[in-house]
Design a protein around this ligand. Structure first.
Ligand code: 6AU
Length: 283
């Protein structure tokens, strides 16, 4: 039967991966299945948004390569906040190269992602060698990997057999490093298999919004209720629906006011996500 009918707490023992367990523990402690995607371009804005939402989220998702004044102090402060405020860090790097290259991109360069990001993600376009390359860096550090089995954007090419291949590759990764998917529903349960077929995976889902259905650049939004209760996804990833007030003319003039709105939206999405989960498990 579906793991979606079980509580987050009861699923912790299904995972050997430390980052997956950490995430489920945070979700349960904070009663939040909300990940905030903080896609802003300065260090100060990033830290301000994280501080505003920290209490309400289980996870902070970054695109660290868009931060104009990036330095290692930023990730030190982010790591300190992750401990103090109890959230998991997910660098949304979307690795997509051969194993050897991604192992270097993950461990090295300006960003040294593996040293601070608990979870990262990858496309399976290069084949399963990408998992081995990332695992060669991440496993010893206790990190976790999500495969992009599906995408939220209009016209994306990850349909058909592609998702099923991602599920197969995740099942074949017996190290447990691959601990979930970016997907629009419980894709692994639609693709059962006799070997390892019952293994639990986390489903993290972007394209979540309560007020609009798209962004004019291909993004498509569904509500937390649709994503968590109807489709059985585990974590909602919300970006502009939460920090959007910072992007408006008014928000630029009065950032303190905008940050209060950021906090209010985080509370609103947290509540919507948790209600959808409680309905799903029949609590
Ligand atoms: O809520 P938004 O639309 O402002 O932001 C959604 C965030 C962005 C995207 O890069 C990311 O989610 N994303 C992903 C991820 C998380 O991998 C996959 C996808 O299919 N769609 C998507 O929007 O930071």
């Amino acid at each position: 039967s579906s793991h979606a009918s079980q509580s987050y707490a009861s699923r912790i023992p299904h995972f050997t991966n430390p980052a997956a367990r950490h995430l489920l523990e945070c979700i349960e402690r904070k009663k939040s299945n909300l990940a905030v995607s903080v896609d802003v371009t300065t260090k100060a804005e990033l830290l301000a948004v994280v501080e505003a939402v920290a209490e309400d989220v289980c996870m902070v998702k970054t695109h660290i390569d868009i931060v104009e004044d990036f330095d290692l102090d930023l990730v030190e402060r982010l790591s300190a906040l992750s401990k103090e405020k109890d959230f998991v860090i997910f660098e949304d790097r979307k690795f997509a190269d051969i194993g050897n290259t991604v192992s270097l991109q993950y461990s090295s360069g300006v960003h040294r992602i593996a040293s601070w990001s608990h979870i990262t993600n990858a496309h399976l376009v290069p084949g399963p060698g990408i998992i081995d390359g990332l695992a060669s860096v991440g496993v010893l550090l206790g990190r976790g990997l999500l495969l992009l089995a599906e995408m939220s954007s209009k016209g994306n090419l990850a349909g058909g057999e592609y998702g099923a291949a991602c599920v197969r590759a995740a099942r074949e990764d017996t190290t447990g490093f691959t601990c979930g998917f970016i997907a629009m529903d419980r894709i692994h349960e639609r693709n059962p298999s006799s070997a390892n077929g019952d293994r639990d995976f986390l489903i993290l889902t972007p394209g979540v919004g309560l007020d609009v259905t798209g962004d004019g650049k291909g993004q498509q939004y569904r509500t937390p209720d649709e994503v968590v209760r109807v489709k059985g996804c585990d974590v909602i990833i919300v970006g502009r629906g939460i920090y959007g007030s910072l992007l408006t003319e008014q928000g630029k003039k009065d950032p303190q006011h905008a940050l209060r709105s950021v906090k209010e939206q985080a509370e609103r999405y947290k509540q919507a996500g948790w209600e959808a989960y409680q309905k799903r498990i029949g609590a």
